[in-house]
Write a protein that binds this ligand. Structure first.
Ligand code: KG4
Ligand code: ZN
Length: 329
């Protein structure tokens, strides 16, 4: 019998649920994005997110069960993201998971959102063995994680200011391209020249990241050159971000002496980042995992997978455990 886990994710602006067997076989994955609700504010509005999660959570969970051809009583555990994230948003998913766990007399597992992003690589390749270095890049986080074993992580580098996704979102907003910024800059960059403008590459000799200066450089460039080509700005900005991410990923992989690298988080959907990480890994003879886009952005399958690995090495989470908006890896 497979261990069948329902995973629930509501840490930010995606209401998501998925059913995953044995931490590796995705039977269903339903993601209801609230992007349209937040777009006109240029970013996620926490109160709106919480309310939307409340409205959507039951039908998203129901849909995940139906799509998986399963029922509550066929499940073996319920996992939910309990942090980091927006407090009100996290509460919705965790409360739903606990209510279901109580009703069906199932164990509940609280999952760390960052750990879940790492496990997207395992959904892609279940036989993957640590050690592995993962570049975790999302709207809220930019981390280089050396995963020495399941449950054993070392953060080798992180951003000292903005997260990579945040930089994409802020630059897109400044250019009037809408929210979220990553996908639109990615698209626009395809028709621009990445060498048109030489934006700064910060923190060259370190493994930490910085994107605030780059954002300011983009703003200054556009203000000084009102007629500048927006696709060129997008492509040159993206190249500067990707350069920084790729440089440090492979520096850390080299010093940690690992043979495998992976990427995760929403920015891992970026086409230029995927191309560059793939090329660089090939040049160095490293194995590389670039999870499919739907596993890079927030989803319930990664929560269920991380929950499975957590249960495999320990006990379920007590039902009186709360949420932690500032949870670390
Ligand atoms: O992991 P995620 O879905 O949510 C968080 O946990 O933050 O990441 C969302 C972030 C946003 O900042 C969005 O602009 C960025 O991922 N993103 C991208 C792309 N797709 C999403 N950034 C660059 N290129 C993309 N194709
Ligand atoms: Zn995320």
């Amino acid at each position: 019998m497979p261990t069948r886990i329902l995973g629930i994710e509501t840490s930010c602006d995606e209401t998501a649920a998925a059913v995953v067997d044995d931490g590796r076989v995705v039977r269903s994955s339903v993601v209801s994005s609230q992007v349209d609700l937040h777009a006109r504010f240029g970013g996620v509005v926490p109160e709106i997110a919480s309310r939307a999660h409340v409205e959507l959570i039951n039908e998203v969970v129901e849909e995940a069960l139906v799509e998986a051809g399963t029922e509550l009583r066929d499940l073996d555990a319920i996992a939910a993201c309990h942090g980091p994230g927006l407090a009100g948003a996290l509460l919705v998913g965790v409360s739903a998971a606990k209510a279901l766990a109580l009703t069906a007399d199932l164990p509940y597992v609280g999952v760390n959102h960052l750990e879940a992003h790492l496990y997207a690589a395992w959904l892609q390749e279940p036989a993957l063995q640590p050690p592995i270095v993962v570049l975790l890049v999302s709207g809220g986080h930019t981390l280089l994680v050396v995963m020495e074993d399941h449950g054993r992580y070392r953060v080798a580098g992180q951003t000292v200011d903005d997260a990579a996704g945040e930089a994409f979102d802020k630059v897109a907003r400044f250019l009037g391209l809408g929210y979220p910024g990553g996908p639109v800059i990615d698209r626009l960059a395809a028709s621009g020249d990445a060498n048109a403008i030489r934006f700064p590459r910060a923190m060259r000799d370190e493994v930490d990241f910085s994107f605030a200066g780059l954002k300011t450089a983009v703003v200054n460039h556009v203000r000084r050159n009102p007629g500048t080509s927006v696709p060129d700005v997008a492509a040159s900005f993206q190249e500067a971000v990707v350069d920084q991410l790729v440089d440090k990923l492979f520096t850390v992989a080299g010093t940690a002496g690992v043979g495998t690298v992976a990427i995760g988080g929403g920015v891992a959907a970026n086409s230029r980042l995927r191309e560059r990480v793939g090329d660089e890994a090939a040049a160095r003879g490293l194995r590389v995992f670039l999870p499919p886009l739907e596993l890079c952005t927030d989803n319930g399958a990664m929560i269920a997978a991380a929950g499975w690995w957590q249960l495999a090495r320990g006990a379920p989470t007590p039902l009186d455990a709360g949420i932690d908006p500032n949870l670390r890896l």
